[in-house]
Design a protein around this ligand. Sequence first.
Ligand code: SF4
Length: 454
Amino acid sequence: MTTIPILDERRRQIFQEQDNASFAMTCDRHSVAGSVSQRACVFCGSRVVLYPIADALHLIHGPIGCAAYTWDIRGALSSGPQLHRMSFSTDLQEMQVIFGGEKKLYGALCELIAAYRPNAAFVYSTCIVGIIGDDVAAVCRQVAKEQGIAVLPVHSEGFKGTKKDGYRAACDALFKLVGTGDTRDIAPVSINILGEFNIGGEAWLIRKYYEQMGVQVVSVMTGDSRVEELRRAHGAALNVVQCSGAMTFLAETMQAKYGIPYIRASYFGIEDMAKALYDVAAHFAAEPCIQQKAEVLVREQVAAVLPELQRIKADLAGKRAAIYVGGAFKAFSLIKALRLLGMQVVLAGSQTGNADDYATLREMCDPGTVIVDDANPLELSKYVIEKQADLFIGGVKERPIAYKLGIGFCDHNHERKIPLAGFEGMLQLAREIHTTVTSPVWGFVPFRAKDGEF
Ligand code: SF4
């Protein structure tokens, strides 16, 4: 199968050993106009981070099209309220674009707060709001005063940067809630889990592990979150940051204001999951029983999943995988997890990785692996074909690429409904990969030869 050449402007964001003597990735920049980036906009970045606050109202100030993408398509579960699954919009029209949308925003907020009685409200600014210049913060202040709840503007105009700027706008809004609650009953051995979005119930698994070790989880930001627990997050002794691209900014801000240290963690794959538990235990080393409990927990959990993982590995050994995810930190864990299954990673990329992330990826990957920043469908297709991948791990935007090319696909993004984190999650991931890679359907793809090659 022939492939289309990549754009000249994109060459410095793609690393292939054969045409790069030294490793120097260009990243952290705006997407190339017209390249149809896989990356989401600033607004989507904010919405991802704040979506799992289940008892808050999420109002998108803009045209209805912005809201459509985020209406209940995410797998972030709530053990109680389901308000987060709604996607309210001010549905701005031509008249508001000309004369301003503040009046409509005020009316929508009052109506929604009266109807749903949320514990807080987030108002997301979209592209057009940035262009027409509505004073969203002033409307939020007025409604907060009248209604007696926090009404927080999220300055997430889609055009003003990359998805990372959306994360930061969300962290700004979250930080306004933190520090306003009562912390008197919080234990000295306590953490906040940052950057864990409870996809398929993952935060429940992680929380259970930490609680079994004797660590109090004050808040998860954000997964099955409630406004009240976010308000008292400043009472925790440690912040554990998973999705570092999304939440490091909040962790740094909390460290500066409240003196709470933070560590990085990943809950994907056996190796990183165990490390996340041991690192927290090491932070509370003054309480040696926490380390002992962590060791027992890891031993039991690994023993429970390893036999089936070994059986799956026998079928997957030598298969080739392409990974394209939002944050590079997840790619690190996936590479380790795929190695555990005997698979080889031939393509690794992310939407929002920075220079350090890509240097780490370069060190972790086998020689010949293509590393790509802010890719588009043509580039991903090209390297999947050239590297003869058997599996694509990505999100909702990568799924059609995999299926059109006739290879297996595993959803590792926020749209999935099953947990892939934790020890149980590793087993789920292995089962998912096994099912899709060994499916007989790929034998019917006309442009793939009998031996599976394109
Ligand atoms: S905020 Fe802008 S870029 Fe994002 S979905 Fe809306 S119109 Fe598109």
